[in-house]
Design a binder for this molecule. Structure first.
Ligand code: KG4
Ligand code: ZN
Length: 374
């Protein structure tokens, strides 16, 4: 058995993670204690800003031009050499196929060249497992736990029964929550990506009661007997309110009130859906004391969302966990960590693993020893 001393900790296993499924190139080195030895993220925001959204061809080229340099830099920064690395993990889906191919092929090439195991990672599983590496404050969640995954492309509530065993309790019927934040932020004249901008603007609203009276917005799906979401009606309602404002630039005060009203509706929806999911979880695991509810994905950086879910957990006897802010958005560390979890189970992937642009979490398999076909 090999022990390496990094950052004052003893590492048994170090995995490199590559992320390139949308507009962030991520390269990281993580060890099996959850220590992040290096975590480089290059955001392509400037490349796409002109177009108001992510352009797949531009994204793929930008990943390609950066990733090799980032691998070299991450290694240097971590102090590790190739001999110290136990596996190469890369996002193999879901995501934009051009970008996914860049990270996946880079990972396979490095694995082949340095004779390391290759680990094909589902990007969504990376988000779902992140709190086990970095739970924020409090203990890391043990299986089974409940997951609210809210990102730019996905909105789901899942039971994480075990690594690779995910049961989807609900999903969005239309827009993902991050997408709804981005679209509503655009309606308010804010730049892309709008989620953090809208949160900031909502923080300027001095009187929430008045905002909710002046700009009442709906709470779609609340009270329904399932765990699904729908955000398109909320976006349409916000557009109707914006259209009623006087012509010209939206006044900062009105923008702040609209943003706060939107965020209020969102947190009410999330609370209602999570309460329902908690009941479903407890029905399956009645004897589990204080299980975890974790929130992950880009929108989990939102403080209003976190606070509302913390309250729900306190009220329902659940533990709450969310990744530290810097690990909410896409990054290589979450992919490396998913690689650690899989390598511990000896779940290596073949080098002919086929990328999966669509790869629902509930279609994954429980990890087994090497050689499963992709
Ligand atoms: O997980 P992520 O980085 O990428 C995807 O896999 O989609 O999520 C990005 C999404 C964007 O829609 C962004 O606007 C949203 O997360 N987001 C936020 C916040 N920070 C990022 N939404 C609301 N409040 C935030 N603070
Ligand atoms: Zn993501």
């Amino acid at each position: 058995m090999r022990f390496i001393l990094f950052c004052g900790k003893t590492s048994l296993m170090i995995v490199m993670g590559l992320e390139s499924s949308t507009d962030e190139t991520g390269v990281a080195l993580v060890d099996d204690s959850g220590a992040i030895l290096s975590n480089l993220v290059y955001s392509q925001l400037d490349e796409h800003a002109l177009y108001g959204g992510v352009v797949p061809e531009i994204a793929a080229r930008a990943h390609l031009s950066r990733i090799d340099g980032m691998v070299a830099k991450a290694l240097k920064e971590s102090g590790a050499g190739w001999a110290d690395i136990d596996g190469i993990a890369a996002t193999c889906g879901p995501g934009l196929i051009g970008g996914v191919m860049v990270g996946m092929m880079t990972g396979k090439a490095l694995a082949a060249a340095h004779a390391k195991p290759f680990l094909a990672i589902n990007h969504l599983e990376g988000h779902v497992l992140t709190p086990r590496m970095a739970p924020g404050e409090g203990a890391a969640p043990d299986f089974p736990y409940l997951v609210l995954l809210v990102s730019g492309g996905h909105t789901q509530i899942l039971i994480a029964h075990d690594i690779g065993v995910y049961e989807r309790l609900g999903t969005t019927l239309d827009d993902a929550l991050g997408e709804a934040f981005d679209k509503c932020a655009k309606l308010l004249g804010l730049p892309y990506p709008g989620g953090p901008e809208l949160e900031k603007l909502a923080g300027e609203c001095a009187n929430l009661e008045k905002a909710l009276t002046d700009f009442p917005l709906p709470v779609p799906m609340v009270g329904r007997d399932d765990c699904n979401f729908s955000f398109s009606g909320l976006k349409t309602a916000l557009r109707a309110r914006v259209d009623k404002l006087p012509e010209g630039q939206i006044k900062r005060q009105d923008g702040a009130a609209l943003a706060a009203a939107f965020q209020h509706s969102v947190t009410r929806i999330l609370e209602d859906r999570c309460r329902r999911a908690i009941s479903a979880f407890k029905a399956q695991y009645p004897d589990r004391p204080r299980p975890h509810l974790i929130v992950c994905g880009g929108v989990s950086a939102n403080r209003a969302v976190r606070h509302r879910l913390e309250d729900v957990c306190a009220d329902t006897g659940m533990h709450f966990a969310a990744p530290p802010l810097k690990l909410c958005a896409d990054n290589g560390a979450m992919i490396a960590w998913a690689g650690v979890e899989r390598l511990r189970l000896d779940d290596r992937s073949p080098l002919d693993f086929a990328a999966r642009p669509r790869w629902p979490l509930d279609e994954m398999e429980r990890p087994g020893p090497a050689g499963r076909p992709g």
